[in-house]
Design a protein around this ligand. Sequence first.
Ligand SMILES: [Zn+2]
Length: 260
Amino acid sequence: MDFDDTQIHRYARHIILPEIGGAGQAALLRSRVLVIGAGGLGSALLLYLAAAGIGTLGIVDDDTVDLSNLQRQVIHDTGTIGTAKVASAAARIRALNPDVTVDTHAVRLTADNADDLVGRYDMVADGSDNFDTRYVVNDACILAGKPLISAAILRFEGQLATFGVGDGPCYRCLYPAAPPGDMVPSCAQAGVFGALAGVMGSLQAIEVIKQGLGLGNGLAGRLLLYDALGHGFRTLTVKRDPDCVLCGTSPTLRAGGNHA
Ligand SMILES: [Zn+2]
């Protein structure tokens, strides 16, 4: 790919990094990433992926911007309250970097549309806020062979992992079943520290770019935990579960089948 002068200027700080260079930047511009959720995690994630020149960003979200989102969902602003989050995010991304093609999907990701949506992209980054969506995203990614970079936040704690890469596990290997509905509160019920969304969304963007370019040590087979109160990072080794219904030795879930 030939860069024009504007692109050489825009991406100069990446191109000068030997680990990225012109070839890496060109690869980013050719890449297609699907982001699930234009919320707290999605805000930092989308902004950094757009700034990095990910060529095509898909955004899935069926929600509208609410005043209570703005404490952490910094891709939106007061003027976009009441509008679709995908439209608000797309406008901000286009203003930030016109090199990026934004596909907006103002739908809820379900078992009915997940395979089609995931199939259009190279990689998926999940910043959704509920277990149902995480299982649907996981199943579609694993069955399609697409890397899944998954993050979650609650109160002062965040976690990040990469699924479906190499011998690493999938989300179901770690969480075979969703906890009962009243066991894990939502951010609306329990609260979430605003800047934590920025930290974890930024780490998620780092992991997406690393996976895309094969940089450094990724998080396949590892779970990164961050505790904002203690300022502690921990990394746990996580393994594929041979009994996993999706990626184990005798899987029972199949494409187009019974997604949980
Ligand atoms: Zn699995």
